[in-house]
Design a protein around this ligand. Structure first.
Ligand code: ZN
Length: 469
């Protein structure tokens, strides 16, 4: 099948120009002014933006956590992503303690079987390393296309690893071409603060935030940076929320160290005011690291502008408010941690980043697509519009008005972090490798169209024609 997208404003991380894009089968084969070619499908994109499909480097679909399982499976989560202009994401495999990585990988692939709507890769979350077993197995993951290791420095008694496991993983990464990712919060300190709060009868959702202070995030961020430096491994700090964590990342980057940071959409918009809402509504905003004081919003906008932070993800980890979050009705520490967001990242960052004059269109594409693709071994197949790249393309109507509501979203959860927010600008056509995925408000393609993408090693490029499984 061939598609000709005519007269749109093509926006990549670097360029902004009006041209036609010609797609044959799965890839972009021609870009130019007034292309004289015939195509099976011709799209008039005049007055529209033509963007690369967005890449979300941080999601949790069909994941057991907090005594339950996230409400979005691969199909519903990826459908939500597709409507939001995201055509590729990297999800987390969580190694069950005692399990091999191979078993965990097989388990996660089976969750995606026949359900994939967009393309995806995986990070491996390491929970348990044993010499003569998983320590050696870890080194083989990059050859399987899993080229990033994630470690939790928080969630004591569940996912948290000690500094030995963190450091040994970094040592392996320094040899294998994997990128180390950390959830940077000091889990030991948080555990103490949580117990003290509960003993004092403080059980409301607000105490989730108050027992995970910014200092605990800053300390862990700094520790991870220093350990990565010692091990010689590249480091990516996920979901940075506050000044205390931005500053050590900015300093490391100033030194030219291999350190990058990510924040997530919700940290620009949610705050302590939300988690303090009465009648358990605050539970909707229980995710980790927690919402912060509003003074951090400007810190984060400045950080993504200056490249102290280099990517914006969603950390989509959706639970029902009514039925799952309620597990912690009488004890905030039992509220499943996580929030939805896969569908609205582009809407929100376009509205409050680009339209509000905080970042350029080019920078938006860089933060939401190009940098995630580069850092996680997907570029230039993903994350840009160029000859030879996968034809993952969003035709975006910058004038379309939309009110974000849970009632109209595609995620299975029963709330939206941005309920009632009005935005101008929304995807109207989404292509995945040249196939029409979304047109208007219709999902055109069927689940099963998405593929697993084995990613390139850190710092290496992924070219079209590279193996796809
Ligand atoms: Zn996460």
């Amino acid at each position: 099948m061939s598609v000709l997208i005519k007269g749109g404003r093509i926006i990549t991380a670097a360029d902004d120009y009006v041209a036609d894009v010609y797609v044959e089968d799965e890839t972009v084969t021609l870009i130019g002014e007034s292309l004289d070619v015939s195509a099976d499908k011709v799209v008039d994109a005049s007055g529209k933006y033509v963007l690369p499909g967005m890449v979300d480097p941080h999601t949790h679909l069909d994941m057991p956590f907090g005594g339950t399982v996230t409400i979005d499976d691969v199909e519903s989560g990826q459908t939500a992503a597709a409507f939001g202009g995201t055509t590729c994401h990297v999800d987390f495999i969580i190694q069950p303690p005692g399990s091999t990585f191979a078993d965990a990988f097989a388990d996660w692939r089976s969750k995606a079987d026949g359900k994939q709507v967009i393309d995806m890769g995986y990070h491996m979350a390491v929970t348990d390393l044993k010499e003569g077993g998983t320590l050696e197995e870890l080194a083989s993951l990059p050859d399987e296309g899993i080229t990033s290791y994630k470690l939790f420095m928080a969630y004591k008694g569940a996912l948290m690893v000690d500094d030995e496991t963190l450091f040994r993983t970094m040592e392996v990464a320094s040899q294998t071409g994997a990128l180390v990712m950390v959830h940077a919060e000091n889990g030991d300190v948080i555990d103490v603060l949580v117990r003290q709060a509960l003993e004092a009868g403080k059980t409301e959702p607000l105490y989730h935030a108050l027992t995970r202070p910014p200092e605990a995030e800053g300390e862990a961020t700094n520790r991870a940076i220093q350990l990565a430096r010692l091990a010689g491994a590249p480091l990516y700090v996920v979901h940075v929320t506050c000044r205390e964590a931005v500053e050590p990342i900015a300093r490391a980057r100033d030194q030219g160290w291999d350190v990058w940071g990510e924040t997530c959409t919700q940290y620009f918009f949610n705050s302590l005011d939300d988690i303090a809402k009465p009648d358990f509504e605050g539970a909707k905003y229980v995710y980790s690291p927690p919402v912060r004081d509003k003074s951090n919003w400007d810190v984060l906008w400045n950080a993504v502008r200056s490249d102290a932070l280099s990517a914006i993800s969603t950390d989509h980890c959706a639970f029902l408010w009514d039925g799952q979050k309620t597990l912690g009705k009488d004890d905030f520490s039992k509220i499943p941690n996580g929030g939805p967001g896969l569908e609205n990242r582009l809407h929100m960052i376009h509205e409050f980043g680009v339209r509000a004059g905080r970042i350029s269109l080019n920078r938006m594409v860089e933060l939401l697509a190009t940098n995630p693709a580069k850092l996680f071994g997907l570029y230039p197949r993903k994350g840009t519009i160029a000859v030879g790249s996968d034809a993952d393309i969003v035709v975006f109507d910058p004038e379309k008005k939309l009110t974000i509501t849970a009632a109209s979203q595609h995620s299975k959860t029963d709330y939206n972090l941005y309920e009632g927010t009005e935005v101008t600008g929304s995807p109207e056509l989404v292509l995945l490798r040249g196939n029409v995925l979304v047109e208007g408000d219709q999902l055109v393609a069927s689940p099963g169209i998405g593929q697993f993408v084995p990613r390139a090693k850190f710092g290496e490029e992924l070219r079209a024609g590279a193996r796809v499984a």
